[in-house]
Design a binder for this molecule. Structure first.
Ligand code: ADP
Length: 431
């Protein structure tokens, strides 16, 4: 039996013990009156506390509203108070844990959406909102297929085969590519993980294009070479003709060598660590470039060097030789005989510029943004005749990038071109 009940019974017994002698020795009605009053007092006490408990149970608060007078209810209220306090602490702790989990979900750089068995959105983080154009405030509880209506997405979700992720080119932003993977969890719920794979998809595409381009570039000279070889093996060819064939074969094998050499240069520039800060003597370098230009031109052009001999560059000499050498060789190769090629160097404490200006064939404006792409050529036949590989400006761009330099191209068809490499102050020495 609980202590509160025993206490209530004892109080009843005490009322009987006090009122019985009064009824017996004074008068009976007085005894009953005392007994009734003590019982009524007890009932009032219980009633008041019962009303208090009833009110509190509707909105259990820990603000002192559940306080009892001395007596049976004191213990009951105390236990209820402690129980409620424990519960509220547990709820607060759980709320805190849930808030932390939600914050972790929001911090993820991948999009995350939780769906119920009907594909209705239960939770969606900010990344997923941005990736799929959702607005969580209004879209929570909606079927995700009503919000993202791309047929391949709907088919993936409804197909129920989630062994592979879905690659989705976003309808909202054609440039963005998403990888969507649904992971079933907790029975029939689903976690949708969305990765932005735009960058890796672009790299994959570039790699595929590059392999296709290299194969294409090497196939042409190889076909020519094997054609001549077959002819020489099968037919008796006159010595003169044989000599001509061998010359053409040597030309094609030289072409393949140039392509492979340029590919190796490009790959070594790409994979090399950041360039050293060795000082590159520009007077020597300009002299070497002038001599190379004169050798390539073989007297067909006027080669001019404009420089006050001030300032040097900090960086990797082989990279810079390769970049500037390609600009000079292009200027000579794309300038008809009688033209001029000018190499100019100008350095100030704020930055430096190496420029190659020619009076050659020039380039239409529409081609300029694409010139540094690998194997991009304005005129494939002319480039081939000029001994080009289509990789020269790609090499220039990469080696300049490694020196935080920019390539600026200005050109006018028929009037000539100017290729300028602009270096920041941090790359300039000796001014
Ligand atoms: P290529 O080996 O074909 O010269 P590049 O990457 O060096 O390849 O140059 C890409 C293309 O840019 C060339 O095919 C040519 O059409 C154009 N080009 C480059 N430099 C010049 C220039 N100085 N004058 C005119 N066209 C140029």
């Amino acid at each position: 039996m609980s202590s509160s009940l025993i206490r209530a019974l004892l109080l009843g017994l005490l009322a009987a013990i006090v009122s019985w002698p009064i009824g017996h020795f004074v008068t009976t009605w007085l005894g009953w009156l005392v007994f009734s009053i003590s019982l009524a007092w007890q009932m009032l006490y219980h009633y008041r506390h019962f009303v208090k408990l009833d009110r509190w149970s509707r909105v259990p608060a820990l603000d002192g509203t559940l306080e009892a007078d001395e007596g049976a209810w004191d213990g009951i209220f105390g236990r209820l108070y402690r129980h409620e306090k424990g519960l509220q602490e547990q709820i607060a702790q759980r709320d805190q844990e849930i808030a932390m989990l939600i914050a972790a979900g929001q911090a993820l750089t991948d999009g995350v959406i939780l769906l119920n068995q009907h594909n209705h959105i239960l939770f969606c983080n900010v990344t997923a909102e941005n990736q799929l154009g959702l607005v969580v405030a209004s879209d929570r509880g909606q079927a995700v297929v009503n919000l993202v209506r791309q047929p391949e997405f709907v088919a993936y979700l409804e197909g129920e085969d989630f062994s592979r992720p879905l690659t989705l080119r976003s309808d909202r932003n054609q440039n963005s590519v998403l990888s969507i993977h649904v992971i079933p969890y907790s029975g029939n719920r689903r976690l949708m993980q969305i990765k932005d794979i735009t960058q890796s998809d672009r790299l994959d595409q570039m790699r595929r294009d590059f392999v296709a381009n290299v194969s294409h570039e090497l196939r042409t000279p190889l076909t020519v070479l094997s054609g001549f070889l077959e002819t020489l093996q099968e037919i008796d060819v006159e010595p003169d003709e044989q000599h001509r064939f061998l010359e053409l074969m040597a030309e094609q094998s030289k072409r393949m060598q140039s392509i492979v050499q340029d590919l190796l240069t490009l790959s070594s520039i790409e994979s090399a660590p950041p360039p050293e800060n060795e000082t590159v003597d520009m007077v020597n370098l300009l002299d070497k470039l002038r001599r190379d230009a004169e050798a390539l031109s073989a007297g067909r052009h006027t080669i001019i060097v404009e420089s006050d001999g001030q300032g040097d560059l900090r960086g990797s000499e082989p990279d810079l030789v390769s970049a500037f050498g390609n600009l000079v060789s292009n200027a000579v190769r794309y300038t008809p005989a009688g033209g001029t090629v000018c190499l100019a160097w100008h350095a100030t404490p704020q930055g430096a510029e190496f420029a190659v200006q020619d009076s050659g064939i020039g380039i239409e404006a529409k081609h300029i943004p694409r010139l540094t792409e690998r194997f991009y050529r304005v005129d494939r036949g002319r480039s081939r005749d000029a001994g080009g590989t289509g990789l020269g400006l790609a090499i220039v761009k990469h080696s300049l990038n490694r020196h935080q330099a920019q390539l600026e191209i200005t050109s006018k068809p028929g009037a000539g071109s100017r290729f300028a490499a602009k270096f920041p102050a941090s790359r300039v020495a000796g001014v």
